[in-house]
Design a protein around this ligand. Structure first.
Ligand code: ADP
Ligand code: ZN
Length: 215
């Protein structure tokens, strides 16, 4: 499959993307994960991105496009990919459109995960992430808690609250989403690529996306 997942922070894009990779071996491409790994490594990219990320601001479009132009040409993308957290702005969407034409890639559709705001807020403040950058399993202190002592069930690393999951950063991320990312819904509607999924359970949404891929 070749799809884009759209949705506010906390809408469940990461969880849905991971479940979809198990379905047909398509790779998940999360710009957030790529950036966090770069920050951890202390690479040039990471150094440039860190302050924006900690504040909950978007990283400049030019940096993101450099990453994605290279990433989409890696061999593992040929079996399909799920874009999670990209594009995030109208300029990114426009540049992606041109890039896909250049690479001869046709997307199936853009899945917009529609989640009520109170559900989003609750999820974001209760979210915890495995600190091991090659795992990054997502937990929720209420609905899906980590193992005893706050350890990851998969790899045993400590499970942490991300720097951008403080209340202030969360408010900023949601505002950034409304201003910069929500306009992509209209963009993809015009392109004839948009499909809306009222998404309260990630598992149900995955099933609906699979159906939409077949239909
Ligand atoms: P979220 O839970 O907010 O969807 P992500 O893991 O997707 O978080 O992204 C974390 C941070 O990485 C964002 O707040 C932003 O600073 C940066 N980032 C990720 N993807 C992009 C993108 N496509 N454009 C600009 N910044 C991005
Ligand atoms: Zn882990």
């Amino acid at each position: 499959m070749k799809i884009i997942l759209l949705g506010a922070p906390g809408a469940g894009k990461g969880t849905v993307a991971k479940l979809l990779t198990e379905y047909d071996g398509s790779v998940q491409i999360s710009t957030g994960d790529i950036l966090r790994a770069a920050v951890k490594q202390g690479s040039e990219l990471g150094t440039k991105a860190k302050d924006y990320m900690d504040r909950g601001d978007l990283v400049p479009d030019s940096l993101i496009m450099q990453i994605m132009e290279a990433r989409l040409q890696e061999p593992d993308c040929q079996n399909g990919f799920i874009l999670d957290g990209f594009p995030r702005t109208i300029p990114q969407a426009q540049e992606l459109k041109e890039l896909l034409i250049k690479l001869g890639i046709k997307m199936n559709f853009v899945a917009n995960l529609d989640v009520p705001r109170d559900v989003i807020l609750d999820r974001l403040t209760t979210r915890r992430t495995c600190s091991n950058s090659s795992c990054q399993e997502i937990y929720n202190v209420k609905s899906n808690p980590p193992a005893e002592g706050g350890k990851c069930k998969k790899c045993g690393s400590p499970v942490i609250q991300r720097a951008d999951e403080t209340e202030e950063a969360i408010t900023n991320r949601l505002e950034t989403y409304n201003n910069k990312t929500a306009p992509l819904i209209g963009f993809y509607e015009k392109e004839g690529l948009l499909k809306n999924f009222l998404s309260l359970s990630s598992k149900d949404t995955v099933e609906e996306i699979k159906k939409a891929l077949k239909g």
